[in-house]
Design a protein around this ligand. Structure first.
Ligand code: AMP
Length: 214
């Protein structure tokens, strides 16, 4: 059976940063639906063009579009031993469909990173990402060594369009309405762990390693 980890939580809770570290530690691919969508947007694929109109406004991309890219991605060879999902599922429909997709592959462990809206707004407004490799920085808590430049690849750091204040507000509303219900869905299933997304990265990683015992 594969090692499958689902990282749940609101935008800005740290799913991408934590997922990136866990991916290195366990040598499992980090599959971020947001990154995959942005890749499609940047490459001007048909799917990307469709998705962009939703992303820009902070709305969710229709389930079938996201499910298509996730299903394709987890078929790839690097997922043979398992994978880490970040940002997917985000609706009940996606959670139910994922269950069907994973049926014979393994039972996921679900980690829910929780944080208050005020905390998330502060973190998202200070977030910068590398336009080349997607690495995530925070202007105050996790700044790059050289201003505006990615430590990992030397790429340029940018602010995501949807990390601007008006869009952040909408993303949080959408999260509470459409994504929060899946917390209960997974809580009832078991294999579910809630931890604070507001703590420091090393402590969060230590806690998750204790939970996973991989
Ligand atoms: P993220 O990088 O996870 O914050 O995602 C950025 C944006 O991509 C979201 O605000 C949505 O517009 C879209 N998106 C990412 N993942 C999903 C998903 N699972 N379902 C629907 N839309 C998604």
């Amino acid at each position: 059976m594969k090692k499958i980890l689902i990282l749940l939580g609101p935008p800005g809770a740290g799913k991408g940063t934590v997922g990136g570290r866990l991916s290195e530690i366990y040598n499992l691919p980090l599959i971020s639906s947001g990154d995959l969508l942005r890749e499609n947007v940047n490459n001007h694929t048909e799917l990307g063009e469709k998705a962009n109109s939703y992303i820009k406004k902070g709305e969710l991309v229709p389930d079938e579009l996201v499910e298509e890219i996730i299903e394709d991605r987890i078929k790839r060879e690097d997922c043979n031993y398992g994978f880490i999902l970040d940002g997917f599922p985000r609706t009940l429909k996606q959670a139910e469909d994922l269950e069907k997709i994973l049926q014979d592959k393994g039972v996921p462990i679900v980690i829910y990173l929780s944080a208050s809206d005020d905390f998330l707004i502060e973190r998202l407004s200070n977030r910068r990402i590398c336009e080349n490799c997607g690495a995530i920085y925070h202007l105050i808590n996790l700044p790059p060594k050289e201003e505006g430049i990615c430590d990992k690849c030397g790429g340029k750091l940018i602010q995501r369009e949807d990390d601007k204040p008006e869009v952040i507000k909408r993303r949080l509303e959408v999260y509470h309405k459409l994504t929060q219900p899946i917390i209960d869905y997974y809580r009832k299933k078991g294999n579910f762990f809630k931890i604070s997304g507001e703590g420091n990265l090393e402590e969060t990683i230590t806690r998750i390693k204790e939970i996973l015992k991989w």
